[in-house]
Write a protein that binds this ligand. Sequence first.
Ligand code: GLU
Length: 470
Amino acid sequence: MKIRTRFAPSPTGYMHIGNLRTAIFEYLVARKYDGDFILRIEDTDQERKVDGAIDFIYDTLNLCGFLIDEGPMNEKEYGPYIQSERKDIYKKYALELVEKGHAYYCFCTEDELSAMRERANARKKPFLYDGRCSKLSKEKIEENLKNGVPYVIRQKMPKTGVTVVEDVIYGKIKIDNSILDDQILLKSDGYPTYNFANVVDDHLMEITHVIRGKEYLDQTAKYNLLYEAFGWEKPTYIHVAMVLGEDGNKLSKRNGDASFMDLYNTGYLPHAIVNYLVLLGWSPAINQEVFSMEELIQNFDEARVSKSSSSYDVKKLQWFNAHYIKEMDDETYLSWIKKYFTRDITGKSEDWINTLLLIYKRHLSYGAQIDEMTESFFQDVCLSDECKEFMESDPIIKDVVKAFKEEVEKMSVWSIENISEAIMHVKESIGVKGKLLFMPIRIQASGLMHGPELADTLYLIGKDKILERF
Ligand code: GLU
């Protein structure tokens, strides 16, 4: 049997990293078993729909390096892949369930439902539809349909016994049927509910592994009853625990949590994000953190996904990103970092700019840091209190500054090599080393306590500027 997984986002134009992590797991399971990875758009809640959201989802998955085998933009025989274009399919299957006695028309008005809800509230019980429409006579149903009375179709739940859900991560879960609501399958506007559409689609699209957020685990008893009512084979379920924000709350746009695109636009590399996210909740069997896509496909094991939620940690993500920035070859790095570098470079040579950007390759955590990091090359030096304090902390510092200035004045060729040599001469003539040697020169030249390699930095600032600042 061919393994088939699907990513089924709603087209909201926003993908938080928890959603993306689910997509990664789905993708890896599909690839690992030589299967198919399907994209399905779940837009039955038309209010959440945003224009351009499908392009956005494709862009996100493409950036992450995921090959989509089937989806709305590359349809195959299981389409359409957008739920709003499948309305007739859901209706047909809902009617099949009515026919089989597992579902029924419900003509209850909003007032009747409110009264039921109020009664449940008064008894401090959760609201469950009381099933009155399941008892309507055939004639009454036909009459209502003929008169165009609005209706929904509800699933008829068993009232006794238990339904068992089997999940790869959470094992066997038993749900008491008595707590299951006769849920709506088809709404009065003809749209299916998520709870119905996902089952019909997963079956018709021959999905073998359903990987999704743990918040759907409790609902799965209802889905299993639908599979049984239709006589369909159930998929393998893999429910994954949530990714929480740094504050311990659920991730959301409203909370201001960074989405994949926010991270991408501030200079996080897609594969660094993927590598970081896959380890949120999955622990590899081998002692390794950095994984190429190929290695992920080989090593990913859905059975080693954790039961407990994990927390987003931007520092750890930055560690991965810094690693992948260092791994880039210089040419790739330069064309990438230039997207984030917005300083006024009039009068600077290409060589100067490239040297400047390259010395920061080892220091960046993400792309958008580059402007701030290179500030001292574009602005006048203004010493912070911390710098001033250091410069006055030892009388020898003045001698270091003076000696270095003399070295620079003597220098005929301005090169990184000669600058390194000049620093060494100061070391020998004054008899200082380490912090007392490097820090005064760096602060005097750049106004900063820390930075990349000193000789490179001085070279880029330029001889005239150095003499001026010293
Ligand atoms: N549309 C659902 C969501 O975005 C998909 C859940 C599922 O994978 O079944 O949460």
